[in-house]
Design a binder for this molecule. Structure first.
Ligand code: MTE
Length: 329
């Protein structure tokens, strides 16, 4: 059997580099008068509108059981309108399925059950948990959180799920555990992006044990009261609403407690731009663009970005004494 390996220069730029890493180069070319090229924002918006169906939920995998009812927790006020349903479910970042925002149709084919998550490492009671058992044991609530992507777009999302701390209580972290590592499942052949071998798969993210124990750290299994669809990280993901969205790993199959700081997917790819902490800060620009404002997906309105994405009262205390760390990248 002969295998044809493409040489590096045969790979189109849009495949070789994550979209938000090439935007600046494209913008520069456009500014330099590169003919009919669209500005990056325009190209992106057009892409997802083109395939927009009447009902974005219509093609969810058949193996998704309904969620038990969950009450909205009024403690977490988003202070802006919830995004229209179609926005979070048809405009996604999920590189396991490809690097454009329109992967939702492709992701629909991923089987969602059975789904287990292994929790291991420095814990007293490691285990492999069935996601439906976890839902029954821990119970569900709804939280409306702001979501701020490092690419300077934003949404407001009603997640259904449970606090990460409640899952950690089941496995009882050992005293020496300092970090939590989140690993995304590699579901071949459905995750076609995994074939792009220049990415450091599996997708890994991490946080400190204190961040994981914070009341805001949340494990969604649902969205808009329905089961979390694959494109949003179903059946089981994590969200840290005070950090840039890339810290919130999707479709998680393994959680490991450790005394070593995990090196994340984006940090491995481009550590100078995407670091371990990645807390939202409007005053610290990304090396290639400002983070002062964000574009609300749907209305396209530009609004000011807030420190810790507006969640400072819950999380600012986590970072005292860490001024020498790169907290904002
Ligand atoms: N998790 C995995 N496994 N793979 C990814 O590509 N993208 C991240 C994050 N989690 C990503 C991921 C980024 S960059 C963002 S902004 C959010 O997921 C987007 O979540 P959403 O598509 O539900 O809005």
């Amino acid at each position: 059997m002969s295998i044809h390996r493409r040489r590096g220069w045969e790979i189109p730029e849009s495949q070789a580099t994550p979209e938000h890493l090439v935007l600046n180069r494209r913008a520069l070319m456009a500014a330099a008068g590169a003919g009919a090229m669209l500005a990056p924002g325009a190209a992106r918006a057009q892409f997802w509108r083109r395939g927009e169906p009447q009902d974005p939920w219509a093609r969810l995998p058949a193996d998704l059981p309904d969620l038990p009812a969950a009450m909205r927790n009024p403690r977490y006020r988003p202070e802006r309108a919830i995004s229209a349903e179609r926005e979070p479910v048809t405009f996604n970042n999920f590189y396991e399925f490809g690097s454009d925002k329109g992967i939702w149709t492709l992701a629909q084919r991923m089987p969602m059950r059975p789904w287990t998550v292994k929790v291991d490492g420095m814990v007293e009671q490691p285990g492999e948990f069935d996601v439906d058992d976890l839902i029954r044991r821990i119970g569900l609530e709804e939280r409306v959180y702001r979501l701020r992507c490092v690419e300077a777009w934003a949404m407001t999302v009603p997640w259904t799920g449970f606090e990460l701390s409640k899952l950690l209580a089941l496995v009882r972290p050992q005293g020496g555990a300092r970090y939590v590592r989140f690993e995304t499942a590699q579901v071949a052949p459905h995750m076609v992006g995994l074939r792009q071998s220049w990415y450091p798969w599996p997708h890994v993210e991490g946080c400190t044990i204190e961040e994981a124990a914070n009341e805001l750290a949340f494990m969604p299994v649902g969205l808009f009261g329905r089961p979390l669809p694959p494109q949003n990280g179903g059946p089981f993901r994590v969200v840290f609403p005070w950090k840039y969205g890339f810290k919130s790993g999707k479709s998680i199959s393994r959680i490991t407690l450790t005394d070593q700081r995990p090196k994340s997917f984006w940090e491995t790819l481009q550590g100078s731009e995407y670091g371990f902490w990645a807390n939202v800060n409007p005053e610290v620009p990304h090396p290639r663009w400002s983070q002062a404002t964000e574009r609300l997906i749907g209305s396209n309105e530009r609004v000011p970005t807030r420190l810790f994405n507006g969640y400072g009262e819950f999380v600012a205390g986590l970072y005292t004494g860490l001024q020498n760390e790169r907290l904002w990248a």
